[in-house]
Design a protein around this ligand. Structure first.
Ligand code: T1G
Length: 648
C-alpha cells in the first residue's frame, strides 16, 4: 500500500498520506512528496493541492526511528522547499497533531487549515534536538519571533484556536476536514497567493529579549532549548539560506548527542511501558467504578487522578469528619487544576457532584470494579481494611493496596481470594507523579495485572511491574543512594558539595536537600520500626539528626539550617558538631566524581534488582528513576547513563 495516494475533486488534487501509526515522515514519505509535487505540477487540470492524512493524526514529525542512521536524501528541508516552490499551491489540512517535521511540511504549504481539536508544535527539544527542516527559520517568518520562541524552545504544542491567533495557521474548521480544505482552496484561488514563507521578512528583537529568553530556556537543564533559541536569533540576523545552513548543522550535531540518544530512549520506553510483552494476549478486567479507602494525601490524590481520567469514584473514610476532609482534599486539587486552566469550573462541579460519591459504610463499594486502599502504613490497619473489603466487594472486584513499604503478601492473606489482589504503589502527589509501581503477588490473576496496566494508561501514568522486596524498585534504590551519600559524608565530603553535584547533574535537588524538604523522620520511623521488630539496622547519620530534633525544613533544621519562612538551605555548624565524630575521612571529590559515584551506585542497585527479577529490565529502572525520583530524563536514567559511560 503506497504511503501517498492522489485523488481528484474537480480542479483540486487530494494527496492522502497513510503511514501508520502517526504518519511519521520516513524516507518513503519524503520521496513520495517530491515525486507527487512534480507529478501534480505537470497536470494542467490541477489548480491546487490538498495534503491530508489518514488515521488519527496529521504528520507527527520525522520518523524518530531513523535518527540513529545517516540522513538519506531527499532531506526534509529540501522536501519542504519543493512544496513551497510548487507551481500549484498546497493546502495542509491538519487533524490530530502537526508536529516537528509535520508542521515544517505544513509551513512549506501555501496555506494551513486545521480542525478545532488539532494541535501544531515543534517538540524537537523534547528529543534533545532542534527543528531540522526550517522550524527555527520559517516559523518566525510565518508568525513572528515570539511565536517561534514559544513553539520551538518550549516544545509544547498549541491548540488550533491559539495557533490561529498567532498566525501559525490560516483557518480553524469544523465538520469534514477534506471538504473544508477544498472549499478553502477554491476561495484562496480567487485572490493573489500569499508570499511564500521563506521569502517573508521578519522583525528582529533587541538583546534584552534574547537575554530574557536565554534565562528561561536554560531552566530546561539541557542544551536543546538554548540551541533552538540561538537558531531563531541567528535567523533574525541572517539570510534564509544562511539560517537554514545554521539550523541544519545544529540539528545534525545535536541528533548525534548523548542527550538526544537518552531522550529518544526514554521516548520509546515510555510508549511501550503500558504494553509490556508479558501481558500480550491477556484481556484486562474492565474498570469503570473505582473505590478508594482513605481520603488523606495519597487517597485523595489517587481519587483525583481517577476522577479526572473519567472513572466514577467512591471515597471511603472512617467517619464523617474524615470524609469531609477527604472531599475537601479532592476539591482543593481540582481548584488548582481550574486555576491552571486545566479544568473548567463546570467540569470540576460535574466531577464533585456526579462522579464522586463518599461514604463511611463499606457497602457503598459493593459495585466497584477496583478498590484501592490508601490508609495508614500499618499492617494491622491494612489487614482490617482488606477483611472488610473481602466481605463487602464483588467477588470479581480487584483489591489493591497502595503500600510503599509493607509486604503485600502479608496484606493479601487477609483476602480470601488473593488472585484479585495486588499492590498499586502511587507516588505523592498521586494526581501529578506519573510513576506507578505495580506489585503483583504470586496469586495475582493475569487479567487483574492487565487491568492495572490499563488503569495506568488511562491515568496517563508510567506503569512498572515490581517484584516484592523492601522498597520494591524505587525506594530500594533511594535507600542505597542515601546510604552512599552518607558514606561520602563520613569520608569527609561536604554535604553541600554532594547536593550541588547532584543538582549539577540535573536533579532538582540533592539527596540531603530532598530529605530536608520531605522530612528526615519518615525514614527514621521506618528504621526504628525495623529495629523494634528485631532487625539489625545500624544507626545512620540521619538518625543522629532526628534524635537531636532535626527533622528537616518543618523543624527549621535538618541537614541544613533554615530561617523561618525561607526554604534556602544554610550549611549548619550544629550539624557539623553533631556529626563530627562520625566523619572519619578527609576525602575531597569534584562534582563530576560525586555524581558519577552516586549515579553509579543507583545503577549497581538497579542491576541487582534486575538480576533478582524484581524489575523486568534496566529500562524499567530508568523509567522508575525518571518518573518517580526526579532523575533528569535527558540523561536517560541511571542504567542508560552508566552503560553509556562504560561504553565511552
Ligand atoms: N517517529 C516514529 N514513531 C513515532 C513518532 C515519531 N515521530 N511519534 C510516535 N511514534 C510512535 C510511538 O512510538 C508509538 O509506537 C505510536 O507512534 C503511537 O505513539 C525534522 C527532526 C504524535 C502526540 O516529537 O508526541 O520531526 O509503541 O503512543 O499518545 O524538525 O506520539 O505503538 O509501536 O505516543 O496518540 C518530532 C512525537 C519528531 C512527536 C501521538 N515529533 N510523538 O501520541 O500515541 S523530530 C515528535 C508524539 C522532527 C524535524 C524533526 C506522540 C503523538 P508503538 P503514542 P499518542
Amino acid at each position: 500500500m503506497p504511503v501517498l495516494t492522489v485523488s481528484r475533486e474537480g480542479e483540486f488534487a487530494i494527496v492522502t498520506l497513510d503511514n501508520p501509526p502517526v504518519n511519521a515522515v520516513s524516507e518513503e514519505v519524503r520521496k513520495g512528496l517530491v515525486e507527487t509535487t512534480a507529478q501534480l505540477d505537470a497536470e494542467d487540470s490541477v489548480e491546487a493541492v490538498v495534503l491530508i492524512c489518514a488515521g488519527r493524526t496529521f504528520i507527527a514529525g520525522a520518523d524518530v526511528r531513523e535518527f540513529g542512521k545517516p540522513p538519506v536524501e531527499p532531506h526534509l528541508p529540501d522536501v519542504v522547499m519543493t512544496l513551497e516552490q510548487a507551481c500549484k499551491p498546497w493546502v495542509a489540512a491538519i487533524h490530530g497533531s502537526a508536529l516537528g517535521g509535520g508542521f515544517e511540511i505544513a509551513m512549506g504549504c501555501r496555506f494551513r487549515i486545521a480542525d478545532e481539536k488539532a494541535k501544531v508544535g515543534l517538540p524537537e527539544v523534547n528529543l534533545g534536538i532542534i527543528p531540522g527542516a526550517s522550524g527555527t527559520v520559517r516559523t518566525p517568518r510565518l508568525a513572528g519571533v515570539d511565536a517561534a520562541v514559544e513553539l520551538a524552545t518550549g516544545g509544547k504544542p498549541l491548540a488550533a484556536p491559539r495557533a490561529l491567533e498567532k498566525g501559525l495557521i490560516d483557518k480553524v474548521v469544523a465538520g469534514d476536514l477534506g471538504r473544508e480544505a477544498v472549499a478553502f482552496a477554491r476561495d484562496a484561488l480567487k485572490q493573489p497567493l500569499p508570499t511564500p514563507v521563506s521569502q517573508r521578512t521578519l522583525v528582529p528583537k533587541d538583546d534584552a529579549f534574547w537575554q530574557a529568553e536565554r534565562v528561561k530556556a536554560a531552566k530546561a537543564g539541557h542544551s536543546a532549548p538554548l540551541a533552538a533559541l540561538e537558531a531563531i536569533r541567528f535567523a533574525t540576523t541572517h539570510s534564509f539560506d544562511e539560517a537554514m545552513a545554521h539550523e541544519r548543522a545544529t540539528f545534525l550535531d545535536l541528533r548525534g548527542s548523548e542527550e538526544a540518544a537518552a531522550l529518544r530512549s526514554v521516548f520509546f520506553a515510555e510508549r511501550s511501558a503500558t504494553r509490556p510483552d508479558f501481558l500480550k494476549g491477556i484481556e484486562p478486567r474492565k474498570l469503570s467504578r473505582i473505590g478508594v479507602v482513605g481520603g488523606g494525601t495519597m487517597g485523595s490524590g489517587i481519587a483525583s487522578a481517577c476522577l479526572t481520567a473519567g472513572y466514577d469514584l467512591v471515597l471511603i473514610e472512617q467517619n464523617d469528619e474524615a470524609l469531609a476532609r477527604g472531599r475537601a482534599n479532592i476539591e482543593k486539587t481540582f481548584d488548582g487544576a481550574v486555576k491552571r486552566g486545566k479544568m473548567s469550573e463546570d467540569g470540576k462541579a460535574r466531577l464533585m457532584e456526579e462522579s464522586l460519591s463518599a461514604a463511611t459504610d463499606y457497602a457503598a463499594l459493593s459495585d466497584c470494579d477496583l478498590v484501592i486502599e490508601a490508609v495508614f502504613e500499618d499492617i494491622a490497619v491494612k489487614r482490617d481494611v482488606f477483611a472488610k473489603l473481602d466481605s463487602h466487594c464483588r467477588a470479581d472486584a480487584i483489591l489493591a493496596t497502595n503500600t510503599s513499604y509493607l509486604d503485600p503478601r502479608e496484606i493479601a492473606s487477609a483476602v480470601s481470594d488473593a488472585s484479585r489482589f495486588l499492590g498499586l504503589h502511587f507516588f505523592s502527589p498521586a494526581n501529578i507523579m506519573k510513576l506507578l509501581e505495580i506489585v503483583p503477588v504470586s496469586e495475582t490473576a493475569g487479567d487483574v495485572l492487565a487491568a492495572a496496566f490499563s488503569l495506568a494508561a488511562k491515568l496517563g501514568k508510567i506503569p512498572v511491574r515490581a517484584g516484592i522486596c523492601e522498597g520494591f524498585i524505587g525506594n530500594r534504590i533511594l535507600k542505597r543512594y542515601r546510604a552512599e551519600a552518607e558514606a561520602l559524608v563520613r569520608d569527609g565530603v561536604a554535604i553541600a558539595d554532594i547536593d550541588a553535584a547532584m543538582r549539577g547533574f540535573g536533579f532538582k535537588m540533592g539527596p540531603f536537600e530532598a530529605q530536608d524538604l520531605g522530612g528526615l523522620d519518615i525514614a527514621f520511623l521506618q528504621r526504628e520500626g525495623d529495629r523494634k521488630a528485631g532487625k539489625d539496622i545500624p544507626d545512620t547519620l540521619g538518625d543522629i539528626l532526628v534524635r537531636a530534633g532535626r527533622k528537616g525544613q518543618k523543624a527549621s533544621g535538618g541537614w541544613y539550617d533554615y530561617v523561618a519562612g525561607d526554604r534556602t538551605p544554610h550549611v549548619s555548624e550544629t550539624v557539623a558538631d553533631l556529626l563530627g565524630s562520625s566523619v572519619t575521612g578527609s576525602r575531597t571529590m569534584g562534582a563530576d566524581e560525586i555524581a558519577s559515584h552516586l549515579v553509579g551506585t543507583m545503577a549497581a542497585e538497579g542491576k541487582a534488582i534486575v538480576e533478582e527479577g524484581i524489575a523486568e529490565s534496566g529500562t524499567d529502572i530508568d523509567l522508575v528513576e525518571i518518573h518517580g525520583y526526579g532523575f533528569p530524563r535527558w540523561k536517560g536514567g541511571p542504567m542508560f547513563w552508566s552503560e553509556r559511560q562504560s561504553a565511552s
